[in-house]
Design a protein around this ligand. Structure first.
Ligand code: CMP
Length: 140
């Protein structure tokens, strides 16, 4: 399988509970390498752009408000089949449906406050990484 890069966000519910290290430990144990990482306060504009695909959804406003409610940690993860691997490691969007051993099973609080985001495909991974990182900030 090819080496891929995927984009990850450790969301405000997780940073508020000081879970960055705990989540990074799960990521690294799964064989993914954190090749870029920074803690930021997202602006409303950044969050609206990032989640533009969900603009028509009834939860869009709530989602944007949540994502700017506190610091987030944005990351680039690298590894074999990293995009699907990270989705497996995150677990289902709804923590009630997430499998044992996943980040969301261990830490997520609800569908909205679900601790992490991960890209769903190679095209979105490239777009999402480019929104938050320049090339020289990613060191594999
Ligand atoms: P994420 O992987 O970041 O991508 C879109 C996000 O929308 C998703 O995780 C959830 O946090 C959020 N989301 C999805 N469904 C709902 C919902 N029904 N109510 C609130 N937020 C939701």
């Amino acid at each position: 399988m090819a080496i891929e890069r995927t984009f990850s966000i450790i969301k405000p519910d997780a940073t508020a509970r000081n879970l960055t290290g705990a989540i990074n430990a799960i990521i690294e144990k799964a064989g993914l390498r954190i090749v870029a990482q920074k803690r930021i306060q997202m602006t409303r504009g950044q969050a609206e752009t990032f989640y533009a695909v969900h603009k028509a959804r009834p939860f869009f406003g709530e989602l944007v408000d949540f994502m700017i409610s506190g610091p987030v940690v944005v990351q680039v993860l690298q590894g074999e089949g990293a995009i699907q691997k990270y989705r497996d490691v995150m677990g289902a969007t709804d923590p009630a449906k997430a499998a044992e051993g996943t980040i969301r099973k261990a830490h997520a609080q609800s569908i909205g406050e679900n601790s992490v985001h991960g890209s769903d495909a190679a095209e979105t991974a490239a777009i999402e990484i480019a929104q938050f990182f320049s090339g020289n900030e990613i060191v594999g």
